[in-house]
Design a protein around this ligand. Structure first.
Ligand SMILES: N[C@@H](CCC(=O)N[C@@H](CS)C(=O)NCC(=O)O)C(=O)O
Length: 303
């Protein structure tokens, strides 16, 4: 292993804003708003403020599954928060999530708006509210929560650890890549062993546990996140692969995964979702080839 022991931590750490790496422009050691910015509010009771990253996809997939199941009260507006531009530090966003991270949801269906932040809390809140995608029998319900919380604890090692040092860090550090690759492969093995004898994460019933885990681990297995399928020998996790394909084929998942997505192929980018017809009419490929008039109508709709 290459050794570079030249760095000695000082007595008191001070912030060097320019550490390099993909996210150095938005990372900072303090919380709170950096600027005033009101959040838009659309026509539906549920207002989602998010971006189509794996954490964002969890919520849009669940909302689309609820609608697919015929629960019309789950209609929602999804507003794009551009985290690379620092929208998560606007005052309106910080009011609904003091942690400045997407996704965040506001439920306006009752007397007072209810804010919900942290993807796990949002999935649980919506599943309870609509009594769907969470088992009702005690054993299966606790198993669902086991895996939901497993994801919340595990994914930071995958994203903040492996993804950060394998892809985003300004230099490749063998020690860090080794450490987080080992943990990522261990987690994939945990899932693989479980999925060898379970169709879904909590048995026979597709639930918010699958919806939380799939956008991260299904994507890593398929190589669509971090482009590391070969490096991780992802093909060897055959049960994860079977489960991931099964989930990817669901119509609601196909819709949910493109909401608030503003990169990649244009037909898979739906920057804002305000109506079920947006999947047909408002993906970026349609908007970019449409007339100035249509673009202006769209702007009206999201204001
Ligand atoms: N534990 C949080 C993680 C959310 C999260 O890390 N969101 C990222 C995007 S995937 C974010 O908003 N990053 C912006 C930032 O760190 O400033 C959850 O599950 O909701």
């Amino acid at each position: 292993m290459a050794e570079d022991n030249s760095y000695q931590p000082p007595k008191v750490w001070t912030w060097n804003a320019d550490t390099g790496g993909t996210f150095s422009k938005i990372n900072r050691p303090t919380a709170g708003a950096t600027h005033e910015a009101e959040l838009p509010i659309g026509k539906h009771p549920l207002q989602l403020y998010s971006q189509g990253t794996p954490n964002g996809q969890k919520v849009t997939i669940l909302l689309e599954e609820l609608l697919e199941a015929g629960i019309d009260e789950a209609e929602y507006d999804a507003h794009l928060i551009r985290i690379g531009d620092g929208d998560q530090f606007g005052s309106g966003f910080v009011d609904i999530n003091p942690n400045s991270k997407i996704p965040a949801l506001v439920d306006h269906s009752g007397d007072d708006p209810i804010r919900v932040f942290e993807s796990g809390a949002i999935l649980f809140y919506l599943a309870e509210k609509f009594a769907a995608f969470i088992p009702s029998a005690a054993m299966a319900r606790v198993e669902c929560l086991n895996w939901l919380f497993w994801q919340m604890g595990a994914a930071p090692y995958l994203g903040g650890g492996f993804g950060h040092f394998y892809v985003y860090a300004p230099l490749k550090i063998e020690y860090c890549i080794d450490r987080y690759t080992m943990e990522t492969k261990r987690q994939l093995d945990v899932l693989d062993r479980h999925l060898a004898s379970n169709e879904y994460m909590c048995g026979e019933e597709y639930s918010i546990a699958d919806i939380a885990i799939w956008p991260w681990y299904g994507a890593v297995q398929a190589g669509t996140v971090y482009n590391a399928a070969e490096f991780l020998d992802a093909a060897s996790y055959t049960h994860v692969g079977r489960w991931a394909k099964q989930i990817a084929s669901r119509p609601a998942v196909k819709r949910g995964r493109i909401v608030n997505r503003n990169w990649g192929p244009l037909d898979r980018q739906l920057h804002e979702r305000h109506d079920a017809s947006d999947f047909e009419l408002r993906t970026q490929d349609k908007l970019e080839e449409s007339t100035a008039n249509t673009a202006a109508e769209f702007a009206d709709q999201i204001d």
